[in-house]
Design a protein around this ligand. Sequence first.
Ligand code: 13P
Ligand code: ZN
Length: 303
Amino acid sequence: MNIKEKTMKNVLNAPFLKETAKTASNMYRLGWDERNGGNISRLLDEEEYKDYIDVTNVIREIPLGFDANSLKGRVFIVTGTGKYFKNVEDDPETNLGIIRIKEDGKVAQLLWGYKDGGRFTSEFPAHMMSHMARLSENPKNRIVMHTHPTHLLAMNYVHELDEKKLTHTLWQMSTECIVVFPDGVGVLPWMLCGTNEIGVATAEKMKEFRVVVWALHGVYGAGEIIDEAKLPMKFFAYTPCYRKEAGSYRAEERGMIRGHQFNKVEMVQYAHPEHSKEAFEELVGKACSLMEKLGLHFRLSKL
Ligand code: 13P
Ligand code: ZN
């Protein structure tokens, strides 16, 4: 063990590793990742890994078989090929690897993990190409996940695999869907998995959609954080409200039940903290444009 390794924190305690392992367990529990089904790759910022990983210690090099030049020097945590999601939390060092894309863009340098001599998921081309596509759309993109969600897969056998039609059915099936993937879902026809070809096709779709269905196989999703599949969540509610009698500042309140009923629309967004300002401005903008469209006088006041 060199001096640098001794001063490093234990990577098993790194928040990015814990969250990745927990996500694998959750997906296994959902029944989406039986056996070795599914794979996760997460781009790490230097701040996240610098205290945990000695980047000067390359354990071994693994050829990529495709060009990842635009990702050179970038570090990822990736599930291993043939590994079972149910085992990731119990044995992260065998089932996960932390790799860096070498300067030539053709090789992955293993910095930690794949302890049994393993390597990254067979879907690595689709993951890395999707990262490249999403990063060019959104530099904050960090996550690509692939899984085999049971209900969506069952739908593949009975639903027309047309992007617009499938998107509409999903939006109609569950109210949250339109919020989670407002851009809809991309659909690829069945293709041989684990190949560069399916990687290129997935990345092409990822330029337009954050969710890409692999017909009769599974789904790919991308986002800034693992939970981003759920964020931002936008809600509105039309609710009857009750207050004590309005208008006279209680001077004329009489009797036991003197309520005032009115109906109001409320808007709520759950967003990533970094996006809370834009989320708030979007809400205010929506309220104002509604008033303008209705031709009503209004005043925007700051509390
Ligand atoms: P890996 O075990 O290589 O990650 O493959 C699982 C999978 O879902 C293939 O599409
Ligand atoms: Zn798969």
